[in-house]
Structures are given as structure tokens and as C-alpha cells.
Design a protein around this ligand. Structure first.
Ligand SMILES: NC(=O)c1ccc[n+]([C@@H]2O[C@H](COP(=O)([O-])OP(=O)(O)OC[C@H]3O[C@@H](n4cnc5c(N)ncnc54)[C@H](O)[C@@H]3O)[C@@H](O)[C@H]2O)c1
Length: 360
């Protein structure tokens, strides 16, 4: 039997409880400890998941426990300290969720700390981890649809870092390229002048390392995701499994094809499951992460660059940005969490919220 990995969940609110359920279900992982700041919720999740090793925060937990994996499901503001504490405690892998911190230098520091210690640093539950998104990317990269000719992003506005990190992560996956230059236009002015991304509408043009010039639409067009096209095919991610078109009918319209995706091993857990399986594969076999800390950084960096290009009358900005002190905060719920932003998960919900439906 393969090694059984011990897991600590750091932050056990709404999403942390989902993570705990997946790790308790997988045959080669075991949740051994939980760090949760809210005392009432800490007690409830301890009982709910049958864990008696309960701590206030990461520092407290690592004084007593040495898990293989540190699974950090905290609001953005608290992620960096927990990653550094995990790395220094000698875990084999750390995962965080999106959006990651706000300041580029803070993300650099987390990545460097893990890299220098040979620790896998995974990026969590992004749509990029959807099994079908990964498979469509593999088909694209294998040349099944021919050479990539173009890409575009739709509906990026409103939350260009908090939720928009999804678009950038899929764009980079599908094109197999990094963003090298950003030119952007933004509105309204009040949103541009704030520290966070709430309500900020950005249109932009990204230059990619493979030479593509990629238009970025703030509003949803007919769709809200990423399009990538070749001479005769279109791969369209609009939240969920990508839709694929290949060829044209007599009227010149694209024809939707129905190429079957490989069924998931844990369909009940959807992309939280595929994301965690890729994390385990990376720790055990050096496999490639579906979502890495680097992916989260690149999403943040594209958003920071877009905001600053817009502020400077669409000046072109080269990536990586030279000024690592630049930051863009997500809205309060993502930055501070439910308890501090007023969207509190009640004790009753923590006790009985349905997680993954049994039948799915
Ligand atoms: N990837 C996704 O699809 C997705 C979905 C939902 C939430 N998120 C992100 O995940 C994060 C958590 O979201 P949530 O809905 O679980 O929020 P939440 O507020 O329900 O849970 C956060 C938990 O962390 C605890 N906490 C805060 N600071 C702590 C600390 N220093 N040490 C220990 N515990 C601490 C809080 O008490 C709370 O229980 C947010 O940043 C959110 O943006 C991502």
C-alpha cells in the first residue's frame, strides 16, 4: 500500500470543511489536526470530523504536530504567515487557495521559502484544476486541433484578482505561455484609485511569450471565460468543462463536437478532488501541479499590471513587474474572511452544512 500522508487543515471555515471531507475520504490521506481561529467553530469542526488535535493557528499547531501536508484554507491576509510556518516546520507539501495574498513580494517570499526547502507549493481549488480543462489543454498541446492562432478573455471585470485569477490561470494553461506585457484601460476612476479590485472594470491587451496578442474584455460578451482558437477549432472555457468546436457548417458557423472526456475518479468532489489528487501526485511522484503557487502569483501579477497600466493612461508594462511592492487587495470577504467581513458561517451551518451531495 502507498504511504498514508498526514494532513493538517489550517483554517476550517466553509471551504476548509470541504477540504477536510476530501482528505478524510481519500485512501492515502488522513487528517490529523485542525487549526481554526474561531473557538466555537473549532470545537464544532473537531467533533464533526472526529479530530481532537485542535489549535488556534498554524504556529500553535506546528509547535505540537508534524504533518506531511499543510492545507491552508485561510482568507488572503493570513496565508503568508501560515505558508512560512508550514515550510519552516518541515512539511512535504503546502497548499493554499485563491486569491493568494495581495502584495507581489509576499507571494515571491512564499514561493522562494518553499523552493529553497524543496517543498511542493500548490495553489488549490481553481477552475484550472477541472479534469476536463486539464484534458482539453493536453489535447491542445498535443496538436490535436493544429497550431494555436489566438486567445481572448471575457468577463474579467468586477473582481480582476479575486475571481479573475481563474481566467488568467486557464489562459496560461491553454496557451502554454506566460504574459509578457500588459496594456490596459480601466473604469470607474474611483475603483481605479482604491486598493482593492472591487468593481474595477478593465479592458486590456496581453502580449504572451509565444507571440500571441490577446484581447481582454471586462464585460461578459456572450461568454465569461477564455477562448483559444486554431485554424478550424475553438476551445471555450466558460466555467466548467470546456466546449469544443471543430470545422464549419455550410453557413460558415462553427460545429460543436462531442469528444468524450475521461471520467473522474471522484466525481463527487469535482475539481477540488482533481486539484488535491494532482497535489498528492506532485508530492509523491514529482508530478505536475494542476494549480501551483506560481500560477496564483501570475494571476495576481496580471491584475496588478492591468490596474497600474490603466492608472498610467494605458502605458505598456512588462512582466515580471520590476516593482514587487505593488499590491492589489481582493474584496473584504476574500481578504479577511466571513467572520470579519460580516458573512459569518453560523455555528449551525458549520455543524450541518451539506458538503458534497452523496449521490453525485
Ligand atoms: N477556490 C474557490 O473556489 C474558493 C471558494 C470559496 C472561498 N475561497 C477562498 O478561500 C478562503 C476561505 O474562504 P471561506 O469561505 O472558507 O471563508 P470563511 O471565513 O468561512 O473561513 C475562513 C476560516 O479561517 C479561520 N481563520 C482566519 N484566520 C485564521 C488564522 N490566522 N488561523 C486559523 N484560522 C483562521 C476563520 O475563523 C474561518 O473559520 C477565502 O480567501 C476565499 O476567497 C476560494
Amino acid at each position: 500500500m502507498a504511504e498514508k500522508y498526514t494532513v493538517a487543515i489550517i483554517g476550517c471555515g466553509r471551504l476548509g470543511q470541504h477540504y477536510a471531507e476530501v482528505y478524510q475520504t481519500l485512501p492515502n490521506t488522513e487528517v490529523i489536526a485542525i487549526a481554526e481561529y474561531n473557538p466555537e467553530r473549532r470545537k464544532i469542526v473537531g467533533e464533526r470530523f472526529g479530530i481532537s488535535a485542535l489549535y488556534e493557528d498554524a504556529d500553535d499547531l506546528f509547535r505540537h504536530e508534524k504533518p506531511d501536508l499543510s492545507v491552508i484554507v485561510l482568507p488572503g491576509k493570513f496565508i503568508k504567515d501560515a505558508v512560512i510556518a508550514s515550510a519552516q516546520a518541515g512539511v512535504k507539501g503546502v497548499s493554499v487557495d485563491k486569491p493568494v495574498e495581495a502584495r507581489l513580494s509576499d507571494v515571491d517570499e512564499m514561493i522562494a521559502e518553499c523552493e529553497k526547502r524543496g517543498i511542493v507549493f500548490a495553489g488549490g481549488n481553481l477552475q484550472r484544476a477541472i479534469g476536463e480543462v486539464q484534458e482539453a489543454a493536453r489535447w491542445l498541446h498535443a496538436g490535436d486541433f493544429g497550431e494555436i492562432r489566438g486567445a481572448s478573455v471575457h468577463g474579467w471585470g468586477g473582481e480582476i484578482s479575486g475571481g479573475g485569477c481563474q481566467h488568467i490561470a486557464v489562459l496560461r494553461l491553454f496557451t502554454g505561455a506566460e504574459i509578457t506585457e500588459v496594456i490596459a484601460w480601466g473604469a470607474p476612476q474611483e475603483a481605479l484609485e482604491k486598493d482593492d479590485d472591487e468593481g474595477l472594470m478593465i479592458n486590456a491587451q496581453f502580449k504572451l511569450s509565444n507571440g500571441l496578442i490577446c484581447p481582454i474584455f471586462s464585460e461578459a460578451t456572450l461568454t465569461r471565460g477564455v477562448d483559444v482558437w486554431t485554424d478550424d477549432a475553438l476551445i471555450r472555457w466558460d466555467w466548467g468543462p470546456p466546449v469544443i468546436y471543430q470545422g464549419f457548417d455550410d453557413a460558415g458557423a462553427r460545429i460543436r463536437i462531442d469528444r468524450p472526456y475521461t471520467p473522474l475518479k471522484y466525481p463527487r468532489f469535482s475539481y477540488l478532488g482533481t486539484s488535491i489528487l494532482s497535489f498528492l501526485d506532485a508530492v509523491e511522484n514529482g508530478g505536475e501541479l494542476y494549480v501551483s503557487g506560481h500560477d496564483l502569483r501570475q494571476s495576481l501579477e496580471a491584475a496588478v499590471a492591468a490596474k497600474h497600466s490603466a492608472l498610467r493612461n494605458n502605458a505598456p508594462l512588462s512582466l515580471p513587474l520590476a516593482d514587487r511592492s505593488l499590491a492589489l487587495y481582493p474584496r473584504a470577504y476574500r481578504w479577511l474572511g466571513g467572520d470579519q467581513s460580516g458573512l459569518v458561517q453560523t455555528a449551525q451551518q458549520a455543524l450541518e452544512d451539506p458538503l458534497f451531495p452523496e449521490s453525485a
